[in-house]
Design a protein around this ligand. Structure first.
Ligand SMILES: NC(=O)C1=CN([C@@H]2O[C@H](COP(=O)(O)OP(=O)(O)OC[C@H]3O[C@@H](n4cnc5c(N)ncnc54)[C@H](O)[C@@H]3O)[C@@H](O)[C@H]2O)[C@@H](O)CC1
Ligand SMILES: Nc1ncnc2c1ncn2[C@@H]1O[C@H](COP(=O)(O)OP(=O)(O)O)[C@@H](O)[C@H]1O
Ligand SMILES: [K+]
Length: 526
């Protein structure tokens, strides 16, 4: 999924609007269809529960007549989409109410809604807000058409009051309405994914023409629910670089190296691993497991005799000692204050830099880095490690700062280091110099467990080893491959979990099945 900024979308719409294309009618039609789907998917209980708080007749599966919909309408074209959709729905027998949040609603849309018999209400003051909340709570679906790509800053005035009050009421409702956002949840940072003020959390977002960055990027993406793009024929976007990207399973199938009859283990890629130490031997096992399970040609491990023995007890195929490699993983389970191990990392890093070999720099390697790294070096910090990296470079950043504005922190780290940076989290973000931000939300919160990051380092190392030559030739590929590794790691965690707890090694063990499903097209997205 490729996401474009508000300005890019406006530019792409211009020629179509100038030619008289009925974009708003198409947008409103698609929105009305989505609302009808939500009504049809609703169970009969939803219509009657809430301790009888809904005076509507129960909605039978598959029918929309008799359902109630409440549309929150702002003063711009986003509100226009909502008004025309309300008119369509009323024509299908849906009981529609519109709550006007701004003073100058779209004139054509308002006239159409009135003609269709839609109830029109005003949320201009506290009384209006109370009425609107009551209308919304007795509805099956609430449509948020307050602001779209024309929003500036946090919601203000009555819009802010209504969204705050309604958000609280929906949270407390025993049978809350389904919330469908038009284009974006009103109040999010459309281009940067910020949440600067109140936002009504949506179950589904129907976005017009193309996805917007705020629908993919945290924290705003968390308010968007399922995102559905309505095709409006914005062909001009095909020639533009997207601002944000989310890879799908099919993208990963295209990126993952698949051996052919001409291959042998050395052409498939050899990964060198400097991970684990006397204090953290497990990191060596987890990192090599992640790599071995990806089907890399060979893994070479560099570490002390007892840690090497632990690695080989789990994976007899791992080879001990130096040799030619196509990529490195440096740092998991290594304390930068552990002189001998830090020296192993630094020495190998210098060799890798000279040889021009791609590398993953994780955990203990991060504080040892010089500036001016190549884009084929991929740093894999979590938010705490990224905050430290920025602070060491002279920016004053806390973990909370990184979590509050992760994209800005990520971009800053790329700027400072020159490297590709993968920021781990519930949504894993990746960017390199000049690349879009990749935002992958493929995992399960069960993945937040010790050692999971070591497995990711191994998976990414294996992928970089397999595509080493391509990465060196086209360093921007490193970011895409890192996003692909995050997808595989996240999907493997989901497969291993199936709703229950997992240990890091379970994630590595689920990688072969996950890759098989992705490569054979048996794993669907979503
Ligand atoms: N250009 C077009 O013809 C199309 C536009 N479309 C829709 O139109 C939207 C863009 O429309 P607009 O450019 O009119 O802009 P919006 O409708 O997104 O927002 C503008 C309105 O919101 C108010 N507003 C802005 N910031 C606010 C804030 N922080 N708090 C409260 N109110 C705020 C403004 O005063 C103005 O009334 C898209 O998001 C999409 O939904 C679609 O219908 C497709 C076609
Ligand atoms: N809430 C969450 N939901 C999904 N994945 C998460 C969540 N929190 C963390 N993760 C993932 O779990 C892994 C944790 O890695 P990391 O923090 O490096 O742990 P460790 O250092 O113990 O290996 C990362 O892949 C990260 O993206
Ligand atoms: K909206």
């Amino acid at each position: 999924m490729r996401a474009y900024s508000a300005a890019q979308v406006r530019r792409a719409e211009e020629p179509l609007l100038a030619a008289g294309a009925p974009l708003m009618q198409e947008a409103a039609g698609a929105l009305a269809r989505a609302v009808r789907e939500e009504i049809r998917a609703g169970t009969p209980e939803r219509g009657t529960s809430a301790a009888g708080s809904r005076p509507t007749a129960p909605v039978t599966r598959g029918r929309v007549a008799g359902a109630r919909v409440c549309v929150l309408v702002g003063s711009g074209n986003n509100g226009g989409d909502g008004l025309f959709a309300a008119a369509f729905l009323a024509g299908r027998g849906v009981a529609c109410d519109v709550v006007l949040v701004g003073t100058h609603p779209h004139a054509g849309g308002l006239a159409a809604a009135r003609r269709a018999g839609v109830g029109i209400h005003l949320a201009g003051d506290d009384d209006g807000v109370s009425v609107a909340v009551r209308l919304a709570l007795r509805s099956h679906v609430v449509v948020d058409a307050i602001t779209g790509i024309g929003a500036r800053g946090p919601l203000r005035g009555p819009a802010a009051g209504l969204v705050t009050a309604l958000g609280d009421a929906v949270d407390a409702a025993p049978a809350p309405p389904v919330v469908v956002a038009v284009d974006v949840p009103s109040g999010i940072g459309v281009d940067d994914g910020a949440v600067p003020g109140p936002v009504l959390v949506a179950d589904r977002t129907v976005t017009m023409g193309a996805a917007k960055p705020g629908l993919l990027l945290p924290p705003a993406a968390g308010a968007a629910g399922r995102v559905e793009v309505v095709e409006l024929g914005l062909d001009a976007l095909a020639a533009e670089p997207p601002d944000a990207v989310r890879l799908t399973g099919a993208d990963v199938a295209d990126l993952w190296p698949v051996p052919t009859a001409d291959d042998h283990k050395y052409t498939r890629g050899v990964l060198g691993v400097v991970a684990g130490s006397g204090a953290y031997p497990g990191a060596a096992v987890l990192t090599t497991s992640g790599a071995v399970r990806c089907g890399v040609g060979m893994v070479r491990y560099l570490g002390s005799t007892p840690v090497t023995a632990a690695v080989q007890a789990r994976h007899p195929e791992v080879v001990a000692g130096r040799g030619r490699v196509q990529a490195w993983v440096l740092g998991p389970g290594i304390d930068p204050a552990d002189g001998a191990r830090a020296e192993d990392v630094e020495r190998t890093f210098e060799d890798a830099l000279r040889a021009g070999v791609p590398m993953v720099l994780d955990a203990g390697a991060l504080p040892l880095l010089p500036d001016g790294l190549p884009a084929h070096a991929v740093l894999t910090p979590h938010a705490g490690e990224l905050a430290r990296l920025l602070t060491d470079a002279g920016d004053d950043a806390s973990r909370a700062d990184v979590e509050g504005a992760p994209v800005a922190a990520l971009r800053r780290a790329v700027e400072i280091t020159g490297a590709t940076v993968l920021l781990k989290g519930a949504t894993t973000l990746v960017a390199g110099p000049g690349t879009p931000v990749y935002a992958q939300a493929d995992a399960t919160p069960w993945l937040a467990t010790a050692g999971a990051g070591d497995v990711l380092a191994g998976v990414l190392g294996a992928l970089l080893a397999g595509r080493s030559g391509d990465v060196v030739e086209r360093p921007a590929l490193a970011a895409e491959l890192a996003a692909a590794a995050a997808l595989v790691h996240g999907r493997a965690a989901r497969a291993a979990s199936a709703g229950g707890p997992i240990a890091a090694l379970d994630v590595a063990d689920a990688v072969p099945g996950t890759l098989r499903d992705l490569l054979t097209g048996e794993m669907m997205d979503g």
